[in-house]
Design a protein around this ligand. Structure first.
Ligand code: PBG
Length: 327
């Protein structure tokens, strides 16, 4: 029997070189941003139990890690502090202490690896005895407008210590505008803002809160982080952040929100980042360690999925491994 099929899509998959020619999206190490957790001390390495392969590192080891990432052509890191409870208070005053662990580490990285872009986190939670991203009132409410000056102070103190890009992850209303104004007033017009614009109230942040011991002491984050059921609202948040001066916007988490990345990338005038968060890392890592999936292939498929969805940049705990494989 003679079968006639006029159009055969398989012809474009016939060999490695043809597949290379027709590939629509690509992943490069310059798409990646590695999150790092810093702890106090010298030569300290504390594994994060729920994130196998990821350690909390003291400043000296963070600097070493940054050198390695830069050599692997990873262009940027985002830094988070894991602090002792004794450093925390209701107004997160440690968050703008230029002599504190976070700021000292920031200066050490910029001194040792000046070409690496250091992105700093702005939010109260790692420094707050309440474990919330904003100021908590006596009634247990998160008070937006009392939080804003603290965020602005935090941002300026980080810029003074060499931060290249400020990343507010708190989801308070109006924070991008206030931070931009404060930075400009102090002369930091070249310091950028990567806004966590569409950040959802997600259970996928669990391992991160283990790493920083930053889980809320009371209540949850649903009055400021977004409802997982919403996408129109993400567009509103992104639009506002761009109007207020965001240089880049972010969707977080990643895998369960690929449609949000797509929707945001279609309307955004600025680059779109995605945060492939701690719980996503933990799931893939755990299945990989069990031998239930091919870890490397699943990670690479996940990364290209983010790019295909419309992400320009990927914050991921896999960054070091991925950059190694790409090399
Ligand atoms: C909060 C913040 C969170 C993450 C980074 N900054 C989430 C939260 O605790 O609400 C999560 C990152 C991750 O899970 O990898 N400012």
């Amino acid at each position: 029997m003679k079968i006639s099929i006029p159009i055969r899509p398989r012809r474009n998959r016939v060999s490695e070189s043809v597949r290379d020619m027709v590939r629509e999206h690509s992943l490069k190490s310059s798409d990646l941003i590695m999150p790092l957790f810093v702890i106090d001390g010298q030569n300290q390495r504390q594994p994060v139990e729920s994130m196998p392969g990821i350690d909390r590192l003291s400043t000296d080891l963070i600097v070493e890690k940054c050198r390695k990432l830069f050599d692997l052509s990873v262009p940027a890191v985002v830094l988070f502090p894991a602090l002792e409870e004794s450093c925390k208070d209701p107004l997160a005053s440690e968050s703008y202490n230029e002599k504190g662990l976070y700021h000292r580490t920031l200066r050490a990285i910029k001194e040792a690896v000046p070409g690496l872009t250091v992105i700093t986190d702005v939010a109260m939670d790692p420094y707050s005895s309440d474990g919330h991203d904003g100021v908590v009132s006596e009634q247990g409410k998160i008070v937006n407008d009392q939080t804003l000056p603290i965020l602005a102070k935090m941002a300026v103190s980080q810029a003074k210590c060499g931060a290249d890009i400020i990343a507010p992850s708190d989801m308070m209303d109006g924070r991008v505008g206030i931070i931009r104004e404060a930075l400009d007033e102090e002369g930091f017009t070249d310091v950028g803002i990567l806004a966590y614009s569409a950040k959802y109230a997600s259970a996928y942040y669990g391992p991160f809160r283990d790493a920083l011991d930053s889980a809320p002491k009371h209540g949850d984050k649903k009055t400021y982080q977004m409802d997982p059921a919403n996408v129109r609202e993400a567009i509103r948040e992104v639009t506002l952040d761009i109007e207020e001066g965001a240089d880049m916007v972010m969707v977080k988490p990643g895998l369960p929100y690929l449609d949000v990345i797509r929707a945001v990338s279609e309307i955004s005038e600025v680059p779109v980042a995605v945060y492939n968060v701690s719980g996503e890392y933990a799931m893939i890592k755990a299945a990989g360690l069990k031998g239930w999936i091919d870890y490397q292939q699943v990670v690479m498929e996940t990364m290209i999925g983010f790019k295909r969805a419309g992400a320009d940049l990927i914050l991921t705990y896999h960054a070091e491994e991925v950059a190694g494989w790409l090399k």
